[in-house]
Design a binder for this molecule. Sequence first.
Ligand code: SF4
Length: 329
Amino acid sequence: MLQQTQMARGVTYFTRWVTRFPDTTAVADANRQEILKYWEGLGYYSRARNLHKAAQIIVDDFAGEVPCDYDQLIQLPGIGPYTAAAVASVAGNRDIAVIDANVTRVYARLFDIDIPVKEKKAKDQIAGIADELLPVGKSRLYNQALMELGGVVCTPKTPECSLCILSEFCLAFDRGTVNERPITGISKKITTIQRLSGIVFHEGRILLLQRRENDVWGGLWEFPGGELKKGEGEDAVADKILECTGLTVDIVDPITTVTHHYTRYKSILHCYHCKLQGDDIEPVLKSADDYRWIIPEELVHFAFPAGPRKVIEYIRKKCPALLNFTTSP
Ligand code: SF4
């Protein structure tokens, strides 16, 4: 929950989550739409889906108790080497080194590692050091202490070397290379994607499509549309809706344009108020798993990615009558 999320916001989500899902069985028994709804706004929705699947496996295979063995943890959906090591060490005190960004920085400075830390050679070197230094039977304390040292003392920009209990062993401190370590790679270029979408109305209902399971934001809902390609105008929204649903619509008005960022993308979504032509309401889905014609009051039961969610928030504030918003959700 805390990846790319501020602590205060993460705590709000976590509190709400554990109130509704107090144990593994409660997560396992919930339906996926509810899981996604409780995760809505945090991003990285595959984590929510994997958490749900992992809970079901834990209930079926481990009587609802999260295992603490690395080899069992790593088999669970959504659990990679870092999480498996962290749970095995912090919860189970197993003798396993945990290497996150903070720990990587501390080791890169302590051993003055002069190659980019994202390279395999550096990763292997740090993993080897971490294994060698791990005190047997004390991994829970040791790993947490090292992560804390990286988070509080050996910080990325202004490390407090004068306060650091490791300064006498630190090669980067000794050699004056602290500010050059760790060596990080070149940051990735941001790609801009423009999308057109329409809130399609028909007899008081609006059309939602459910994203395909394996797509980014799989299982979440959105308004129909498609990517705005080079040379196309924004009035292409009707064509996009036709392509992805087989339904013909008229454009009534533009509603708003919203922007959000995720991983290395900048996504710009132009949203339009549209009206279905004719009475044939059955879409032919080309790139969605499911659809619903809902009354606007039902929107609160569906989970949306950031773009459509921002559009809904815009309507709530600026033109609430469009979706019959009268009160806050
Ligand atoms: S001496 Fe400075 S650079 Fe070295 S580990 Fe301590 S805080 Fe980090």
